[in-house]
Ligand binder design. Structure first.
Ligand code: B16
Ligand code: MG
Length: 217
């Protein structure tokens, strides 16, 4: 049977977390709130709105709705400035190899990201053409760990959730895949991603035999 392989973006295809970090840190510091890399870790896979809410909670700050909207716009403007300089060198190791292998095996490939900037980033790193469906922050109403983003991806590809495989670097994303009844593959630290069906440090560890096994079972 034809399977669908759904990729998260940030932390799976590219490491944009470093740019989110710089932009959020700048914003937090402007509000006299300290912001560590450890806290940035907790924003992975989390929507822009929820991320700002969390930073304000950490800093014990309340702001007006107007200011909230203005800060979100400012953060994204700075983030987009970083994105602007991205090129193919920022694609994480062996991601193109795995994508191309799946395509030669005639498998369906989709993107399932929380980011509203996903299309711009895929364009920058010249990978947009590889994806038959793109589901991003502009298409979903419920954030991960809600399975919505992956279920829409499956639906767009016309493939049943039980025949879908998800690559994710965040705990919320693994939980979303599991709830969707999809095979979950964690990319990153096994201690963090222990709820995943399979875990790899990065794509260099994902061999053709493993993919073949996913395709045929
Ligand atoms: P934006 P993913 C997520 O991308 C990021 O991990 C998360 O840190 C970010 O806040 C979220 O996208 C929203 O991004 O501000 O660009 O809409 O991992 O789901 O690909
Ligand atoms: Mg991610």
């Amino acid at each position: 049977t034809k399977k669908a392989f759904i990729f998260d973006l940030d932390g799976v295809i590219v490491d944009t977390a470093k740019y989110h970090f710089l932009a959020w840190q700048n914003l937090a510091n402007g509000l006299d709130i300290s912001f560590s890399e450890e806290q940035n870790e907790q924003l992975k896979g989390v929507s822009r709105v929820r991320s700002l809410e969390k930073i304000l909670e950490w800093g014990n700050k309340t702001i007006s709705e107007q200011e909230f909207t203005a800060l979100m716009a400012k953060k994204n403007e700075e983030y987009l400035n970083y994105i602007e300089t991205m090129d193919t060198s920022e694609v994480l190791p062996d991601v193109p190899r795995v994508l191309d292998y799946l395509l030669t095996k005639d498998q369906a490939v989709a993107l399932g990201s929380a980011s509203k900037n996903a299309r711009i980033i895929l364009d920058k790193v010249l990978l947009k053409e590889k994806f038959q469906a793109i589901v991003d922050g502009t298409n979903v109403s419920k954030a991960k760990p809600d399975p919505e983003v992956f279920l829409i991806g499956a639906q767009k590809l016309g493939i049943e959730p039980e025949n879908c495989v998800v690559f994710e670097d965040s705990v919320a994303g693994i939980q979303a895949a599991n709830t969707a009844n999809m095979v979950s593959i964690g990319i990153g630290d096994p201690k963090v991603l222990h709820e995943a069906d399979y875990i790899f440090k990065d794509f260099t560890e994902i061999k053709e035999e493993f993919i073949n096994q996913l395709v045929t079972t």
